[in-house]
Design a protein around this ligand. Structure first.
Ligand code: FES
Length: 146
């Protein structure tokens, strides 16, 4: 078989495969795949996931991670026992640094001392706008913030 004949045969084979519509041929890329199902499929990507078997087990405990301040407000592994808010201060965008005495504090290295209540409202300025709230869902021991 000549080189030209071989290449011609390969091209014809690939053309047949692509006409058949296989994803390997490229195209519009409109297959969302299992990680991004059409229609939302459950509320978007989680911002934060916590194992309640060994994290946030006591009332008042909190974590600041992945852009989220997550605080346990009450006993029981139900969504109402938690507050999930953005960890970005509404004053000038510093990351909130602490939760103390029921207040979320913007201080230490970047902030200017604003404090927020666990519902996100401003407790003390200079910030004037409330923190955005996130949704908490719980399945078994897994808490998910979206
Ligand atoms: S950035 Fe938070 S108080 Fe200024």
């Amino acid at each position: 078989m000549e080189r030209r004949e071989f290449l011609s045969g390969v091209s014809a084979t690939l053309a047949v495969i692509c006409v058949g519509g296989l994803a390997a041929c490229g195209g519009k890329g409109d297959d969302p795949g299992p990680a991004n199902p059409p229609g939302g499929g459950g509320g978007g990507n989680p911002k934060l996931t916590v194992n309640l078997a060994n994290q946030l087990t006591t009332v008042g405990s909190f974590t600041i991670a992945s852009g989220v301040v997550l605080i346990r407000l009450a006993a029981g592994n139900v969504p109402a026992s938690f507050a999930a808010l953005t960890s970005t201060c509404t004053h000038m965008g510093c990351t909130l640094s602490d939760v103390n005495g029921g207040k979320i504090i913007c201080g230490s290295t970047c902030g200017h001392g604003s404090q927020f209540n666990t519902d996100g409202s401003v407790a003390m300025g200079p910030a004037t706008n409330a923190l955005a709230k996130y949704t908490v869902s719980i399945s078994g021991n897994t808490l998910t913030v979206t």
